[in-house]
Structures are given as structure tokens and as C-alpha cells.
Design a protein around this ligand. Structure first.
Ligand code: UDP
Length: 368
């Protein structure tokens, strides 16, 4: 059996094409949810969209008791450890860079199963980011490292990770095509879409305040739609910061609805990894509200700008893109492979499991 472990919305989106491809090959896959995201808007709606349901934990409460980095890591590792001990999966897969992923890597390797890391090899070259440490640990422990891009592949080769490294493309392209978002002609694109949720952006009141100031100014000139991540809403409340009245702040959208908003927008302002990728695929120019990015391909391809997190920098990046919009508004799906990453990953998993069965048969035949 294969365990596909998911904790958050983007992990469901990137794991769904892999699970569906594995099942098409007749491989048994159990979907394991760790409870990092647990409500309908952030988890249930995404599972339903892809026709998936949670296999484990069965009948257990899905919400984590602790939400801090160490507490949730310990809780998820212990929970997965118990499941792995009970069900002995041959292979455990996790996608991305959350606490769920690093916990899955540790629990799997300590439990004696093989670990496969989907979206392996991304590097922002900034060790202060918890996501960077998660990626480095998960990649170091992976038996199978699925690199989504050539840059990620080069990172893994440079680090000489132990596992088998494969360039597969990014399943986010498969997931996006599966949703069949609308195609909006350039002249009918309007407004700015916003998402902001990363710890480095929202946990510090000063930083979040600077981003809110930029959004306030943008909202006074353009129509701005902001589906607010629960983490951002909670942090803004904690810091006593108000959402700008000039911006339409709404609940998180379902994936199909979000992609449609992205396809209709003239540009997106975001600190999200997945949204940077989807924007490049759909040809929506992207202002990345970060000091660094582990997804440099969009900047290198000239379809987005890295704006930093100062108010003036964000506004200046938006102005630059709007001035030269035709140049930035180019779909670049090729950055993420051929749209069959799920198939490529499933094929590699099947081969890997076949080899392990063969090796087991051979060693038993040799009396080892
Ligand atoms: N997304 C969504 N609804 C929203 C905002 C984002 O469906 O209201 C999707 C988006 O299409 C992308 C993913 O969520 O595929 C990105 O997740 P998130 O920004 O939470 O995490 P990250 O990608 O930064 O890890």
C-alpha cells in the first residue's frame, strides 16, 4: 500500500493528480490527512473537487491540538508513526514544504517505509524560513525525489541527495488543466487578485502593516479582490490591524473559483508558492511579495517580479507591470512540464515498488 499524506490545501491540489494516476495504475493508495488544515473551506472542498476522501485517521478528530511549529511537528510525527506502524505502507508520499511534509519524512523513515517527496529540490537559499528547513530535511530523507523543474533538479544534484532524483514536472499544471479554467481575452482582463498568508509576511505586525498599506493604496486605484487565508485573518485580528476598506476581502475561494479569478485578473499580488506557479501558467503577471523565492523560474521567464515586502517596493512592482503589461502577460506553462507530472510520478513509484518486490524475492530465494 502507498500512503499519500496531505496537511494543507496546496498539498491536496498537488497530490490529487498523483493519487489519481497511481490508482489508474491499479496501485492501492490510502489518503492520510494530518489535520494541519481541517475545515471545509481549506480542506474538504478541495478533496471533494478531486473526488477524494480521507482514509486515515478513521473516525478521528482531524484538527491538531497544537498550532506552533514544534508542537504540530511532534503531534503529526507521532500520529503518522502510529499509522505507519499499524499499516506498514511500502511507500509514503508527501508534497511541498509544510510541517506535514517534514513530519511525514521523519515518521516514514523511522518507521522503516520508503519516502517519496513530490515537489522536491525547491530552494530559497534562506535558512530562516521554516519551509526551507522542511524542504532540505524532506529531500535529504527521500528515497524518491520528484523535482518539478530543471532548477529544482540542479539543486538536488548539487546537494548530492541520497535518493533517486527524477524530473517530473509539477502536478499543479495537471491539477490546473483538470479544472479547465476559463480563457479570458487580454482586453477583458481587469482588477488585481491578492493572496497573502506566509508566516514571514503575516506574523510580524510591522510587515503585515506594510503589505496592508500597499493594498489600501492599490484598492484606491483598481478593483482588488482578496480571498483571505484564515491565518492572515487571525494574525490581523491579533495585531489589531484592519483590512483596507478599499479592498474586497472575502472568504477563501474553492480552487475552480480561485483559478477563474486569477484568469480574469490583470495581475496578482501574492506570497503564495502555488499561486506564483498558477499565475505563470495562466499568463497573469505576478508580483511576489517576498524578499526571496524558491520559485525563481517565473522571475527568470519575465512573467513576474520579486517585490520585497516594503510598501513602496510592492507599489512600484505593480506600476512596472501595469506599464509594460503585454510583456509580462505571457502564459508559460512549459515551466512546469508537460501537464502529466502525476503520471510520471506514478510510473516512477510503480517501478520503485516493483524493484523492491524483486529484490525481496531474490534475497528470499538466496536465503538472505
Ligand atoms: N487557492 C484557492 N483558493 C484561495 C486561495 C488559493 O484555491 O482562495 C489555491 C491556489 O489556486 C493554489 C493554492 O491554493 O493552488 C495555494 O495555496 P497556499 O497559497 O495556501 O499555499 P502555498 O502554495 O504558498 O504553499
Amino acid at each position: 500500500m502507498i500512503f499519500a499524506v496531505v496537511g494543507t490545501r496546496p498539498e491536496v491540489i498537488k497530490m490529487a493528480p498523483v493519487i489519481l494516476a497511481l490508482r489508474r495504475r491499479g496501485l492501492e493508495v490510502a489518503l492520510v490527512a494530518t489535520g494541519q488544515h481541517h475545515d471545509w473551506l481549506m480542506m474538504g472542498a478541495f478533496l471533494e473537487r478531486f473526488g477524494l476522501s480521507i482514509d486515515y485517521p478513521q473516525g478521528h478528530r482531524l484538527e491538531l491540538g497544537r498550532r506552533d511549529l514544534l508542537g504540530s511537528f511532534v503531534e503529526i510525527t507521532a500520529g503518522l508513526g502510529t499509522l505507519i506502524e499499524r499499516h506498514r505502507p511500502e511507500l509514503v508520499l508527501a508534497a511541498g514544504d509544510t510541517t506535514t511534509v517534514v513530519a511525514a519524512a521523519f515518521a516514514t523513515r523511522k518507521g522503516g517505509s520508503a519516502f517519496g517527496h513530490v515537489e522536491s529540490g525547491l530552494r530559497a537559499f534562506c535558512r530562516q524560513l521554516p519551509e526551507e528547513e522542511h524542504r532540505i530535511c524532506a529531500d535529504a530523507m527521500a528515497d524518491l525525489a520528484f523535482a518539478p523543474t530543471r532548477i529544482a533538479l540542479a539543486n538536488l544534484e548539487r546537494e548530492r541527495v541520497n535518493g533517486r532524483v527524477l524530473l517530473t514536472g509539477n502536478p499543479i499544471l495537471d491539477a490546473l488543466r483538470w479544472q479547465q479554467p476559463v480563457t479570458v481575452p487580454k482586453e477583458r482582463r481587469a482588477g488585481i487578485l491578492v493572496t497573502v498568508h506566509r508566516q514571514e509576511t503575516v506574523d510580524d505586525p510591522v510587515r503585515l502593516g506594510k503589505v496592508l498599506a500597499a493594498l489600501r493604496a492599490l484598492g484606491q486605484q483598481e478593483s482588488v479582490l482578496w480571498p483571505v487565508h484564515p491565518r492572515t485573518r487571525a494574525k490581523a485580528r491579533e495585531h489589531g490591524l484592519d483590512f483596507p476598506a478599499s479592498v474586497r476581502a472575502v472568504e477563501p475561494l474553492g480552487h475552480g473559483e480561485f483559478l477563474e479569478s486569477l484568469a480574469r485578473a490583470r495581475l496578482v499580488v501574492t506570497d503564495s508558492g502555488g499561486v506564483q506557479e498558477e499565475a505563470a501558467i495562466l499568463g497573469t503577471p505576478c508580483v511576489t511579495v517576498r524578499r526571496n523565492t524558491e520559485r525563481p523560474e517565473t522571475i527568470e521567464a519575465g512573467v513576474g517580479l520579486l517585490a520585497g515586502i516594503e510598501t513602496a517596493g510592492i507599489l512600484s512592482a505593480v506600476r512596472q507591470i501595469l506599464r509594460d503589461w503585454e510583456h509580462f502577460a505571457r502564459p508559460a506553462p512549459e515551466l512546469y512540464g508537460d501537464g502529466r507530472a502525476g503520471e510520471h510520478i506514478a510510473a516512477a513509484c510503480a517501478e520503485f515498488l516493483g524493484e523492491r518486490v524483486d529484490a525481496g524475492t531474490l534475497s528470499r530465494a538466496a536465503g538472505k
